[in-house]
Design a protein around this ligand. Structure first.
Ligand code: AMP
Ligand code: FE
Ligand code: FE
Ligand code: ZN
Length: 291
């Protein structure tokens, strides 16, 4: 078993990269990948811990690539995973543009803080950084602050009231678009993979194939077939899509620790398992890209 979609304290997870490796060893996982939102700041720590525990790992990232809209009442965030053949200085410098994404994120966060404060919700940016355990604050951290301070009962209520595009206190975050995100991953020598496709809510096969074809034309090479939110019928659907577009299939749970307490590493909501063979195939693809 493997898990190729994990978040750490460097984005909106609650485990350190070292804890992820240790937990992976306890679960008997053969390999893991760290895929924090828009940052590789946790990979040095992951690499050191993985070496110590002799566990295989893949350096990764999950990029927000703007939104996709099928109709007027449909608007979904596109997330693209990047997996890389090795962790070295060359990769680090190729991924320097992620600093821009970090500063867009900080601008957006400070703007949401201002708007919340103007509605008499006395949050500060510093409290969010403290809650997040890093500078990479995300909306899930806002949601948890709002719950802890009595402004919402649940994460989805916090989002609905304060953090979705309809909310008065929301501010859109600038990101690279789909083409820009795929280019960034590929120019760093990585494989670009569409994350949790079910979350796009594209229910017709024709619509989904059109969308996917657009991404493949831009350089997409994989699709996350196995993940927590995919039921067996979804897995069959995305396996079929992968075959049709000759995409590599990847899988992981999107583990966030206490930020999403229902998702367990390795098992998702309980019924997810990602086979070792998925790792072998991705690894072979990544090796073929090494210059
Ligand atoms: P950010 O990258 O800071 O804009 O936050 C995006 C993250 O918020 C996503 O990765 C989701 O995990 C989470 N999210 C987005 N919309 C919702 C929602 N309606 N309910 C719960 N979580 C959400
Ligand atoms: Fe997240
Ligand atoms: Fe995601
Ligand atoms: Zn994720």
């Amino acid at each position: 078993m493997i898990d190729l979609h994990l978040h750490s304290i460097y984005s909106d997870g609650t485990s350190t990269p070292k804890e992820l490796v240790e937990q992976g060893v306890r679960l008997g996982l053969r390999a893991i990948a760290l895929t924090d939102h828009d940052t590789v700041n946790g990979i040095d720590e992951l690499s050191a811990a993985a070496k110590e525990q002799r566990m295989d790992f893949i350096p990764g990232v999950e990029l927000s690539a703007g939104t996709f809209s099928l109709r007027k009442d449909h608007q979904k965030e596109v997330h693209i995973l990047g997996y890389f053949p090795r962790w070295d200085d060359k990769l680090k410098s190729a991924l320097e543009p992620l600093r821009q994404v970090q500063s867009w994120r900080e601008e957006r966060n400070r703007s949401i803080v201002e708007k919340l404060r103007s509605y008499h919700v006395p949050v500060t940016y510093e409290e969010l950084v403290e809650l997040a355990g890093s500078n990479n604050v995300g909306r899930p951290h806002f949601a948890h602050w709002l719950i802890e301070n009595g402004y919402a009962h649940t994460v989805s209520e916090a989002f609905q009231q304060f953090l979705t595009p309809d909310a008065l206190t929301f501010t859109e975050r600038k990101t690279f678009d789909i083409a820009g995100s795929i280019d960034l991953i590929r120019s760093a020598g990585g494989v670009a993979v569409l994350a949790h496709p079910k979350a796009l809510h594209i229910f017709s096969d024709d619509d989904f194939e059109n969308f996917l074809k657009g991404m493949v034309d831009k350089g997409l090479e994989g699709i996350e077939v196995y993940c927590s939110v995919h039921l067996p019928a979804d897995i069959r659907r995305y396996e079929r899509m992968a075959q049709k577009f000759n995409l590599i299939m990847t899988g992981g749970t999107d583990f966030h620790g206490k930020m999403k307490p229902d998702i367990r590493m390795g098992y998702g909501f309980g019924y997810t398992r990602v086979d070792d063979s998925v790792y072998d195939k991705l690894k072979a693809k990544l090796d073929s890209k090494k210059q």
